[in-house]
Design a protein. Structure first.
Length: 288
C-alpha cells in the first residue's frame, strides 16, 4: 500500500509540473546498447575454436571451463586469448598439425614407411656394388633420419613448424611425389608461399637446386639445402603463412593491411600459433 501511494504521488508530481500531460522527449536520451553476448554465441565460439584447432568439439568439462573463462569479463579479447592459448597447449593440437602436414606434403606416409626406407638404404650402404655411391646413400639416410626425428621434436616444441615443413620436403618421399627439379620447385612454392614462382624465381631456383651457384630472393646459394633455407627464411614464406591462416580459418584472403601486419608479426615472433591466435580472437571469428 505504501509503495502504491509513493508511486501515485510521483505520478501526480510529474503531471503537476507538466499540466498538459503531454509526453516530453529528452534529446539524446537513448538507452545504452546491450553489450552482453548471448550464451549461444559463446558456445558456438568455443565449438569453432576446438574444431578448428583439434578437429573435434569440446567435451562437456572443456566446454564448461572455456565458458567460465570467457564469462569472467564478458568475452573480452583477453578472455578469448587465454581460452585459445589453453586449447593450443593441448598436445592434440600439434599432433593434428603434424598429421595434416604429413597428409598434404607426403601423401600420408607414416613411421613404418620411413623405417622401411632407412633399412633399405642401410643395406645398400653395406653392399659392395654400391661402393661408388656411398656419399649419395648416406645423404639419403641423413635426410630420412631428420624426417624421422621431426615428429617427436615438433611435438616436444624443440623445432618450429617452419623446420617441420623444411624436413618434410627435403626427403626421398617428397622427391618421389614431385619428380624432377622443376616439379619440386613449383610444388614447394605452391605449398608454402601459396603461389607459383615468377619466371626469374623459377629459373634461379632450378639452377640452385641442381647445384649451380646463383641468386634467389636476394640470397646466394648452390644446393637444395640453400634453396630451402632461403625460401623458408623469406618474407614470402611469412606472407604464405598469413594467407594460410586467413583462408583456413576465416575463409577469405587477408586485406593488404592484414597481410602487412601479419607478416611483420610472424617475422617478429616466428610463431604460426601467434598468427592463429590473432585471427581466432577477432570479432569476425567470434561471430559478431
Amino acid at each position: 500500500m505504501i509503495r502504491f501511494l509513493l508511486l501515485f504521488s510521483a505520478t501526480m508530481l510529474i503531471y503537476s509540473c507538466n499540466p498538459g500531460g503531454e509526453i516530453i522527449l529528452v534529446p539524446d536520451n537513448e538507452s545504452p546498447p546491450d553489450l552482453t553476448i548471448s550464451e549461444v554465441v559463446k558456445e558456438n565460439y568455443v565449438n569453432r575454436v576446438y574444431i578448428s584447432l583439434l578437429g573435434r568439439k569440446p567435451e562437456s568439462g572443456e566446454l564448461s571451463a572455456s565458458l567460465s573463462l570467457l564469462n569472467q569479463d564478458n568475452v573480452s579479447v583477453g578472455n578469448r586469448t587465454a581460452m585459445v592459448e589453453a586449447v593450443l597447449a593441448d598436445p592434440a593440437y600439434k599432433d593434428r598439425q603434424y598429421n595434416l602436414a604429413r597428409i598434404e606434403l607426403l601423401n600420408n606416409i607414416d613411421t613404418t614407411d620411413i623405417a622401411t626406407f632407412l633399412l633399405i638404404f642401410d643395406l645398400a650402404l653395406q653392399d659392395p656394388q654400391y661402393a661408388d655411391f656411398i656419399h649419395l646413400i648416406q645423404a639419403e639416410i641423413d635426410r630420412l633420419e631428420a624426417l624421422s626425428a621431426a615428429a617427436p621434436r615438433y611435438l616436444a616444441g624443440t623445432i618450429s613448424r617452419a623446420e617441420l615443413h623444411r624436413r618434410m620436403v627435403n626427403c626421398t618421399f617428397y622427391d618421389e611425389i614431385n619428380m624432377g627439379t622443376q616439379n619440386f620447385v613449383l610444388s614447394v612454392f605452391e605449398h608454402f608461399l601459396n603461389r607459383y614462382p615468377t619466371t626469374a624465381e623459377e629459373s634461379n631456383a632450378i639452377l640452385m637446386v641442381d647445384g649451380f651457384y646463383t641468386v634467389m630472393m636476394g640470397k646466394e646459394g648452390n644446393s637444395k639445402d640453400d634453396f630451402l633455407d632461403i625460401l623458408i627464411q623469406s618474407d614470402a614464406y611469412c606472407e604464405g603463412q598469413v594467407l594460410d591462416v586467413y583462408e583456413s580459418f576465416l575463409f577469405r584472403k587477408p586485406t593488404s593491411i592484414e597481410m602487412s601486419q601479419g607478416t611483420l608479426r610472424y617475422k617478429q615472433t616466428g610463431s604460426y600459433e601467434t598468427l592463429l591466435t590473432d585471427v581466432l580472437i577477432t570479432n569476425e571469428f567470434l561471430g559478431l
